[in-house]
Design a protein around this ligand. Structure first.
Ligand SMILES: Cc1cc2nc3c(=O)[nH]c(=O)nc-3n(C[C@H](O)[C@H](O)[C@H](O)COP(=O)(O)OP(=O)(O)OC[C@H]3O[C@@H](n4cnc5c(N)ncnc54)[C@H](O)[C@@H]3O)c2cc1C
Length: 494
């Protein structure tokens, strides 16, 4: 949620390889549904083709976006039908249909969710991708905020929002990857950004939402209207309370941004080289509080035996003060005798700086895990922190990712990697910072006790808001608030 997330320093994301089950429901011989289960394809209660066609005629331009009907396919974990939402009435029709026919319903925007929350076997999806309206509001006024803002349709993606902001000389807080949505799971899960040390998380920027609730009502949620829903949508996780159709976010005056790209490498993986490598990483981590306090942000990618690379973004920083920040680090690398590079560029605007980053990040079948490491842990539990860093940087991981790019991985290996992330590395991180939690948008789908780890002490309040706006429990997403009322069977049936 807003406050607790903002207090934390960083997110550690571990990547290993996994894949979603591709087993089709039919292949597993689905049992008939009971009143406690959602209807599943193949059940007697599954809506007839005529019923689906009737739904199709009540919504604007809906379609099956996945495959041609002529080609054989396995639907697997994908949804069965999708409504291409163009107006709130489409959402309301979908909610009514799902409720009446006891069909699983999911909300889908870009489909970026690492945990698979925007898909579901045997479900109908409300696809918000084409809600692309963008409006610049130069002087938004409310009790809490006066200034420029951007109204974004639920389907607007990062790059589209950045371009519209740039045309008006402002910036908005959005994700690192240009294709991530703004109003959907990103903002509703908190939303981290290059600009977050300066302006706060994406959820901190929200001024008002337009939402269709689980009861099919199209309402506003802001500091003055449906305040509880507004609070829940600002970090309480996507896919739980209603379908957001638009959001208004604060916009900030554009400023120059300095980007530093750096890398270093240890000579080998022998003990002496590794001592130097971890010494350099320790120095890098200890720098973080200094620059985050001044609005800076960095991403580092490291693995034992491979070159470490990182990017630093300094909104409002000059080339000179960025060089001053990095000077002791370079001295440290020199003193350790490690090869390194540093390249600092000052850009006149956010969009110029952002444009210098790689265009897209491939959305593979990653298995994520991680934990938000509080500043206090990095500074005051330094030895324990470094011990865990050592533990979770084995040389095999990056190798596994590379192997995945070239060769199909064995399912048994994927399961082993999942187990390592959840029960081995994940446990180390939980023990290191038990008071903290995990960032729900980039977390391990198998995180034990997700209610506490993703939502903390806010879970019960969020659940009561969920029950108020979605009393029939129509919205389900894995690890979303209220999802623990359901169990997904191995064949995907809810
Ligand atoms: C390549 C890549 C880069 C990323 N970079 C970043 C980053 O820089 N910073 C960061 O914080 N995160 C990042 N993420 C994680 C990202 O925040 C999540 O994947 C997030 O869930 C994406 O939201 P979405 O709406 O685009 O995706 P979807 O997968 O479509 O939706 C995600 C969740 O939100 C729900 N949802 C979607 N739309 C709505 C709506 N209109 N109303 C209500 N619920 C909705 C869905 O049901 C689902 O539960 C990245 C992910 C990827 C794959």
């Amino acid at each position: 949620m807003r406050t607790s997330l903002s207090n934390l320093l960083g997110v550690f994301a571990l990547y290993a390889v996994a894949q979603t089950s591709g087993r089709s429901a039919e292949a597993t011989g689905a049992a008939a549904s009971t009143p406690d289960c959602r209807c599943f394809p193949g059940d007697a209660c599954w809506p007839s083709t005529q019923k689906w066609s009737r739904l199709n005629s009540t919504v604007s331009r809906s379609c099956d976006p996945f495959t041609s009907i002529d080609s054989p396919c396995q639907v697997g974990a994908y949804v069965r039908y999708a409504i291409n939402v163009t107006e709130p009435a489409d959402i309301i029709a979908g909610i009514k249909f799902a409720g009446k026919n006891n069909v699983r319903l999911v909300i889908r925007n870009t489909g970026h969710d690492y945990l698979g929350k925007s898909s579901g076997p045997g479900s109908l999806s409300l696809w918000t991708h084409h809600l692309k309206d963008i409006k610049y509001i130069p002087d938004y006024k409310s009790e809490a905020y006066y200034g420029p803002a951007l109204k974004l349709g639920a389907g607007v993606q990062g790059s589209e929002a950045y371009a519209a902001a740039n045309e008006n000389g402002v910036v908005v807080v959005g994700g690192f990857c240009p294709s991530v949505g703004i109003a959907g799971g990103y903002i509703q899960g908190g939303g981290r950004s290059i600009l977050m040390s300066k302006y706060g998380l994406a959820a901190d920027q929200t001024l008002e939402f337009e939402v269709v609730t689980g009861e099919g009502k199209h309402v506003k949620a802001s500091m003055t209207e449906n305040r509880d829903l507004y609070w829940a949508l600002g970090g309480g996780g996507g896919g739980a309370y209603g379908v957001v159709t638009s959001v208004i976010v604060k916009a900030h005056k554009d400023i120059p941004i300095t980007v530093a790209r750096y890398s270093f490498r240890a000579g080998g993986t022998d003990d002496t080289s590794m001592v130097k490598f971890y010494d350099a990483l320790d120095f890098l981590h200890q720098m973080a509080p200094k620059y985050t306090d001044r609005g800076g942000f960095s991403i580092n990618l490291y693995s034992k035996g491979f070159p470490t690379s990182g990017s630093f973004f300094g909104p409002g920083w000059t080339k000179h003060n960025t060089a001053t920040l990095f000077q002791p680090f370079i001295q440290k690398l020199d003193s350790l005798g490690l090869q390194h590079s540093l390249n600092i560029t000052e850009f006149p605007s956010y969009s110029a700086a952002y444009g210098s980053t790689p265009e897209t990040i491939p959305i593979g079948t990653f298995q994520n895990g991680g934990r938000m490491i509080p500043r206090d842990t990095i500074l005051n539990k330094r030895a324990q922190f470094n011990k865990v860093v050592k533990y979770i940087t084995p040389s095999s991981l990056l190798g596994a990712i590379m192997k995945f790019l070239l060769l199909p991985l064995q399912w048994s290996q994927i399961l082993k990697d999942q187990d390592t992330i959840t029960n081995n590395w994940g446990r180390q991180l939980r023990e290191l910072a038990p008071e903290s939690g995990a960032y729900l948008n980039e977390a391990d789908a198998n995180e034990p006790n997700f209610q506490r780890e993703f939502y903390g002490e806010n879970y019960s309040r969020l659940l009561s808001i969920k029950n108020k706006y979605d009393p029939a429990g129509i919205f389900y997403a894995l690890t979303a608030v209220g999802s623990d009322a359901w169990t997904q069977k191995p064949d995907g049936r809810l």
